[in-house]
Design a protein around this ligand. Structure first.
Ligand code: DGL
Length: 265
């Protein structure tokens, strides 16, 4: 294993940066590549068939190009739909991000937990299985929001995000049956921790948010324990599937998070 061999993070957009940050805290000199499928963004409104056809093929090309030691599918939508296909297609270890329902169930007092993800994620059988396995004594209220994903991207472009817009995007979680009893909300989309302050300000009553990012970071550190890294941190590369004006407006956000170079796949 070459010391410069990177960890490759993959998402539809900037959401995976919420997994990069806790990983960098644990592995400060690790080499990272961040891949965003800007040509396929957003994933949350796509069909299972589209995601399943797109993600393993794209990751195959990325692995060929960057030869990572580990791939992190830093996207709940892609992970809940295509994780086993990705693992089957790649010859490197793959870490997925799936809703942290177990942690939420451990923390909840009211035994009513919310799962806030994309529309595609919240309807997945994978979420049924996590709920049955780890939260069988809880009521699990699910809500999908495409708007929150767009707001997170806007925030990282430096645009202002109004709390009222976030409030409207999450209203469906709290307005329905059992919504008033939710005390713990799983952030089941990697974009959403990027809106942590806005979400905290927008909830109708105090709740605990569960961000799976730190747990994923610990898993990455565990899987790479004992491997060699460069002595000092080096700049990472952000690779996008379409380098258009919209993608270029994200360059400062990537640069601020350790990816000063922005290239097209
Ligand atoms: N960040 C992604 C997730 O965790 C997907 C956002 C999107 O493209 O809709 O689900």
């Amino acid at each position: 294993m070459e010391t410069a061999s990177p960890i490759l993070f993959f998402d539809s957009g900037v959401g995976g940066l919420s997994v990069v940050a806790p990983t960098r805290a644990l592995l400060p000199t690790a080499q990272f590549v961040y891949a965003a499928d800007t040509a396929g963004f957003p994933y949350g409104t796509k069909s299972e068939a589209e995601i399943a056809a797109r993600v393993p093929a794209l990751l195959g090309r990325l692995v060929e190009r960057y030869r990572p030691r580990l791939v992190v599918v830093a996207c709940n939508t892609a992970s809940t739909i295509a994780l086993s296909a990705v693992r089957g297609a790649l010859d490197v270890p793959v870490v997925g991000t799936v809703p942290a329902i177990k942690s939420a169930a451990e923390a909840s007092t009211t035994r009513v937990i919310g799962v806030l993800g994309t529309d595609a994620t919240v309807r997945q059988p994978y979420v049924d299985r996590l709920s049955a396995e780890f939260a069988s004594d809880c009521t699990v209220v699910r809500h999908g929001s495409a708007a929150l994903v767009v707001l997170a991207e806007a925030k990282l472009r430096g645009e202002p995000v109004a709390v009222a817009e976030v409030r409207a995007a999450i209203a469906g979680l709290f307005d329905g049956p059992h919504g008033g009893s939710i005390d713990t909300v799983v952030l089941a989309c990697t974009h959403f921790p990027l809106l942590a302050e806005e979400l905290a300000a927008a909830v109708p009553h105090p709740v605990r948010f569960v961000d799976g990012g730190p747990g994923i970071a610990r898993r990455i550190a565990h899987l790479t324990a004992g491997q060699d890294w460069p002595d000092t941190a080096r700049p990472g590369v952000a690779v996008v599937t379409r380098l258009d004006d919209a993608a270029r407006t994200l360059a400062p956000a990537f640069a601020a998070r350790g990816f000063p170079e922005l290239v097209q796949l």
